[in-house]
Design a protein around this ligand. Structure first.
Ligand code: BEZ
Length: 211
């Protein structure tokens, strides 16, 4: 059955250009962004893997480790990384799984044969430190991902794990949040001393609690 949000993600050990990677050991107490791409030496993928590398400081700030995956070999990844580094002005330092036997792709449902035969589509999985799946998005091969959106979701998850708020449309770190429906407004006014604005009884806003 397909992985669903809240599921414990399956562990695996797979080869990469950095040697074998065991997911759970690699993750430790960190969050993980696991993302697949169709193939090495392709233009969109080249820009994506470069961007993930350039965003290293943003991942580190949030305690996130990144892992890429395609069904190409570790040797192919090594050659391609030289191109990524040269063309994208970066230095790829994270593992790219060499899923030649499609073990991980099958475990995580990254191959969608009616979209792209025998190759992985652009899947993204956000995995929390308890190894629970917190987000999955699947993009078509022709659309490069926006990794700032992935960072934005991680900001929201890390905030809402610790505060009884949710984040509204287009929210970015530092902006007002939504008080979760289970808290009555009177209680919310005590809980959120920065203030609660009741727009409707079910729609209450408060400044971001941890800022
Ligand atoms: C690319 O990364 O450029 C790409 C890969 C597969 C299909 C289309 C584009």
């Amino acid at each position: 059955m397909a992985l669903q949000l809240g599921d414990t993600v399956p562990d695996f050990t797979q080869n990469s250009q950095l040697g074998p990677i065991n997911l759970y050991d690699f993750a430790g107490d960190s969050w993980v962004v696991l993302f697949s791409h169709p193939a090495d030496y392709t233009p969109v993928c080249t820009t994506e893997l470069g961007e993930v590398s350039r965003l290293r400081a943003e991942w580190d700030k949030r305690n996130v480790k990144t892992i890429a995956l395609s069904v190409d070999s570790a040797e192919s990844h090594k050659g391609w990384i030289c191109d990524i580094n040269e063309t994208q002005s970066t230095s790829v330092d994270y593992p790219i799984l060499a899923d030649e036997d499609k073990k991980v792709s099958d475990l995580y449902g990254m191959i969608h044969p009616n979209s792209l035969n025998n190759l992985t589509v652009r899947s993204v999985f956000i995995i929390d430190p308890n190894k629970k799946l917190r987000l999955q998005i699947t993009y078509p091969a022709s659309t490069g991902r926006n990794f700032h959106e992935i960072l934005r979701v991680i900001d929201s998850l890390q905030l809402t794990d610790h505060h009884q708020v949710a984040t509204p449309v287009n929210w970015k770190d530092g902006e007002d949040c939504v008080v979760v429906p289970s808290i009555p407004t009177d209680e919310a006014r005590n809980k959120f001393p920065k203030g609660v604005t009741e727009i409707r009884p079910y729609l209450r806003m408060t400044p971001q609690p941890n800022k």
